[in-house]
Design a protein. Structure first.
Length: 682
């Protein structure tokens, strides 16, 4: 199974390279020719220098911070420059010498204050209306779903007020000049407020709300402690981002803004170090899931927690020092990849459980469920491979290497990517046909009164049409013009006329066998010396499984040319002849009654038509009786019936004291023969 999954992963890694450019390929139209197209190979295809990611060259590039000691001197001078302005403003306030700009400034500040006060009042009103609303959640929902729904309603409803204020600000901005700096800065601040509000409500509902039980492993004091620390962390982030935003929109000194970013990054690193220093708190936040991959991850994380956290904090130090690219690469190739595979494993377990619940009413996964599960696994591997290649930053280089031509047929060049694209197209059509046939067999055909032969003809027609279309489209995607295959078709016809007669004959026999409905899946047939149930019918073979669970692969040409006994061709009911010989001195009526009793005792013998007993012939040493019973071939085989009912016949005859005849011979000695001489004594 692991080898299968590894090959599947490689398959979908190549699929990730195929998707963006497969439909953008325009095949070069070959020049029609009366001869076979020339085939050329290019075995030496290397990755060019332009395919190498240029970011690798700047891996150890350090971006220095732009602030220095002169930044603080300039900041102090700017602060001192504000003192005369503040002094003049105080004098104007004392003299009540106001201008229009003063009124506008005060009005704007009052308006902002009123907006935030109204938002706070509306938020408290929403909080009071929230609890009655949550009581309407259906009780039939699973407990985790109820908690998640409650969490989503609580966060979204109380964040909707800030989003509404943000929307109104956008509308008001449209009435003023687009060059105004006030509204962009205000909108930026509102966005920071919306994000802060959403995250704050999220941790509030998760940690501080006693009604929420998503983190049931956390004690109440520990949950409140984490809530206070995380709230302080969010306030710190919002405060710094708001300040940086105001300085940026005011076009203040870039070196001072760079200093603010430095302080902000250092604070984040210190707070992260404070959080991860307490191992028990971190593990208490992790959910308890019965997933092998997740449990192994927790075990490894617990063993190497100190080293893992030190590595993570070292990445933060690299970022602060200025090695942004190096820290980003290490972060993406460590934690992001772990989160990617961990999330994929958890999602795979969840969807497998849902498919099992939906498509296994009898405890066994139906055919449609199996095909859907396989398709979802392919999609999961495809998405994970896409993100994996993107995070490793090798997708473009690998796709360029695979797109290099390795051979040409006529005027069309082939590459590994084009060949894989064509093959992948066939696989997609094959998978779609399997899902469609499974849907028909599980959901559609049981509701219709179609014969099994008609169902088989429909499913096989869908399969062959899908594979034919997939093959044609795959060849076109590979860049090959279908007109060039006319010459190959002539060569194939010539080969069929001589060396491939058997294959062509077998193929034609398979088509006749499939669409004529002579045999179908589930039929109980006899071919030669073998009897069994048909498991599969295709254009090249018929898979026959005997009662001994031996699979026989019978070529279709043998099925067409030989005599086939199809026990279930028109009806599943067949009559079985069971010969029995009784002695001449036996009472035939009692023997007949005993045989009918034996037939009635067997559960697979049909009551209608009723069993009968025939007197077949008068044998040399026995009266040859024959018990005729009707059975359903789809429920029991002929061999099983004979083996079971013979025991019952023996017991019934013995119970009625009926003797089973056996050959008897009388020896007659004729008189007049000379006496036999005795041997001489020694």
């Amino acid at each position: 199974m692991r080898r299968y999954l590894s090959w599947l992963a490689v398959f979908w890694l190549l699929l990730g390279l195929w998707v963006p450019g497969v439909f953008a390929q325009v095949p070069a139209a070959p020049v029609p020719s009366a001869t076979l197209p020339q085939i050329r190979l290019y075995p030496q295809q290397l990755v060019g220098g332009e395919a190498v990611n240029p970011q690798l060259e700047s891996l150890f590039y350090r971006k220095p911070w732009s602030f220095e000691w002169g930044t603080f001197e300039a900041l102090w001078n700017d602060i001192q420059g504000l003192l005369p302005w503040a002094h003049s403003t105080l004098i104007r306030l004392q003299n009540q010498d106001f201008v229009l700009s003063d009124y506008l400034l005060v009005g704007g500040l009052v308006l902002v204050l009123l907006i935030f006060l109204s938002l706070g009042w509306m938020d408290r009103r929403f909080q009071k209306l929230l609890n009655p609303l949550l009581n309407f959640l259906p009780r039939a929902w699973p407990l985790p779903v109820r908690h998640l729904t409650r969490l989503a309603i609580a966060v979204l409803s109380r964040s909707l007020i800030f989003l509404s204020a943000l929307f109104l600000t956008y509308l008001v901005w449209g009435a003023f000049s687009p060059q105004s700096r006030l509204f962009p800065s205000l909108i930026h601040l509102l966005w920071i407020a919306v994000i802060y509000r959403t995250l704050h409500l999220l941790i509030l509902e998760l940690l501080a709300n006693p009604d929420n039980q998503l983190f049931d492993t956390l004690s109440r004091p520990l949950a409140l402690h984490l809530y206070r620390r995380l709230r302080f962390f969010l306030i710190y982030i919002a405060f710094f981002l708001a300040g940086i935003s105001l300085f940026e929109y005011a076009h203040y000194r870039s070196d001072f803004i760079d200093f603010l970013y430095f302080v902000f990054s250092g604070g984040l690193l210190l707070f992260g170090a404070y959080l991860v220093a307490n191992k028990s708190q971190i593990f208490a936040l992790l959910p308890t899931l019965d997933e092998p991959f997740y449990l192994r991850f927790l075990d490894l994380l617990g063993r190497f927690y100190t080293w893992v956290m030190a590595f993570t904090l070292a990445l933060g130090v690299l970022w602060i020092v200025g090695y942004h690219h190096l820290a980003q690469i290490f972060f993406l190739r460590s934690w992001v990849l772990v989160a990617l595979f961990l999330g994929a494993a958890l999602f795979h377990r969840w969807q497998a459980q849902k498919i099992t619940e939906a498509f296994s009413p009898t405890g066994k996964l139906s055919s449609l469920g199996q095909q859907l599960a396989f398709a979802i696994v392919l999609i999961e591997v495809f998405l994970v491979s896409q993100l994996f290649l993107y995070l490793l930053d090798i997708r473009n280089a690998l796709s360029q290497w695979l797109a290099s031509p390795i051979a040409s047929i006529g005027n069309s060049s082939l590459s590994l990517l084009s060949i894989f694209s064509g093959g992948l197209t066939v696989v997609i059509f094959w998978l779609c046909s399997r899902i469609l046939n499974a849907l028909l067999e599980d959901r559609i055909f049981p509701r219709l009164s179609y014969d099994a032969a008609v169902q088989q003809m429909i499913t096989l027609s869908i399969f062959y049409i899908s594979m034919g279309l997939g093959g044609l489209i795959g060849l076109n995607i590979m860049g090959l013009d279908l007109s060039m295959f006319a010459i190959f078709a002539g060569a194939m016809a010539f080969g069929i006329g001589f060396g491939l007669q058997g294959i062509a004959k077998n193929f034609a026999s398979g088509i006749v066998l499939v669409f004529s409905g002579l045999v179908k899946k589930g039929d109980y047939i006899t071919v030669g010396d073998y009897t069994g149930y048909i498991q599969q019918v295709s254009w090249k073979k018929v898979l026959l499984r005997t009662p001994d669970h031996v699979d026989l692969i019978v070529p279709t040409v043998s099925m067409v040319e030989s005599t086939i006994v199809n026990w279930t061709y028109s009806d599943e009911r067949v009559r079985v002849h069971l010969p029995v010989g009784v002695a001449y001195n036996a009472d035939l009526e009692i023997a007949k009654t005993a045989l009918l009793e034996a037939a009635a005792e067997h559960p697979e013998v049909l009551a209608e038509p009723a069993p009968v007993v025939w007197l077949k012939e008068f044998g040399d040493s026995a009266l040859q009786l024959e018990l005729l019973v009707w059975i359903d071939c789809e429920r029991i085989t002929l061999e099983s019936l004979r083996g079971e009912i013979n025991f019952m016949i023996w017991q019934a005859l013995k119970r009625h004291q009926i003797e089973i005849a056996f050959p008897q011979r009388d020896l007659h000695l004729r008189s007049g023969w000379p006496p036999i001489d005795k041997p001489a004594e020694p």
